[in-house]
Design a protein around this ligand. Sequence first.
Ligand SMILES: NC(=O)C1=CN([C@@H]2O[C@H](COP(=O)(O)OP(=O)(O)OC[C@H]3O[C@@H](n4cnc5c(N)ncnc54)[C@H](O)[C@@H]3O)[C@@H](O)[C@H]2O)C=CC1
Ligand SMILES: O=C([O-])CC(=O)C(=O)O
Length: 340
Amino acid sequence: MRPSLLKSTAELLRRSRGYASTANPERKVAILGAAGGIGQPLSLLMKLNPLVSSLSLYDIAGTPGVAADVSHINSPALMKGFMGDDQLGEALEGSDIVIIPAGVPRKPGMTRDDLFNINAGIVKALCTAIAKHCPNALVNMISNPVNSTVPIAAEVFKKAGTYDEKKLFGVTTLDVVRAKTFYAGKAGVPVTEVNVPVVGGHAGITILPLFSQATPASNSLSQEDIEALTKRTQDGGTEVVEAKAGKGSATLSMAYAGAVFADACLKGLNGVPDIVECSFVQSTVTELPFFASKVRLGKNGVEEVLGLGELNDFEKKGLESLKVELKSSIEKGIKFAHGN
Ligand SMILES: NC(=O)C1=CN([C@@H]2O[C@H](COP(=O)(O)OP(=O)(O)OC[C@H]3O[C@@H](n4cnc5c(N)ncnc54)[C@H](O)[C@@H]3O)[C@@H](O)[C@H]2O)C=CC1
Ligand SMILES: O=C([O-])CC(=O)C(=O)O
């Protein structure tokens, strides 16, 4: 093939995947908690994303080093590290997307809710700054417990008068990543071709994978297999926490999942059609005010919250049992935001 033809084919391919180099607007992404276990590999992955033109790394310590390190990579995104309260405003200014993996991770024996006391305050302070410095940004909340930190963020934004339900996301992509991997392994299908919606929330039984809607469909899996896959997906975080034996929770797979979700948000903002990911958002899909389900992403964030589709009896039972815990975690977040 002639070099000129090769070049234009490559450009066409890039465009068809939503990475058109010439047509894309400038996009600034800020990562809060960028020097942490998730923050560092996530910074690396966002630096590699061709849709990012400016990357702002913020943490209470260590960010200049991470930013200097990642900045040497050969990709267009301009990098800057910010450290400490004084520099938070500048880190956020002009951001299109703010990703928040700030806060403490679990140790063996802890639930995600055990992180509430420390992380709720961190998230509240960071969201207060977002409302002030980049009120129009999409906010991708990774900090746990997501089932409570997202409602906290919503209340902070409401109080500041900047809340837009289309722009606040609890990142549940890692549940989907796990469900895909576990299903592909059991069903013997290539993981790159698999899709599995995961709905509900992001803790224990509130994580509800809908294997009846998995594609490609598999008829080789028994009900027992499906129940085991469901349990493994729900306990995926704990599996990593235990394997790391006190050294934290998922960081690398979470950075991957966070980068996948942020990439989808960027494509949505840039007007690429049919971008659908599961996320924990304000919702009317059930009677709960927040719920994770498939969401179509667009130029303003959430374009459409998609319904659950048809559930089998096992999934219907799972849905009913998760509501009590999810409701109480949501209420805990709202109460905290009002009480402090
Ligand atoms: N949504 C999800 O699927 C997942 C969520 N997580 C959660 O992500 C959070 C972070 O986990 P790791 O990165 O492993 O923890 P880590 O402890 O390695 O890193 C957290 C970072 O947050 C920073 N930080 C603390 N307070 C801050 C503040 N006020 N402003 C900015 N940065 C601040 C710390 O300095 C540290 O660098 C945890 O809450 C964890 O439970 C972890 C895995 C998956
Ligand atoms: O399990 C944890 O504490 C971290 C997390 O949310 C996950 O890995 O899904």
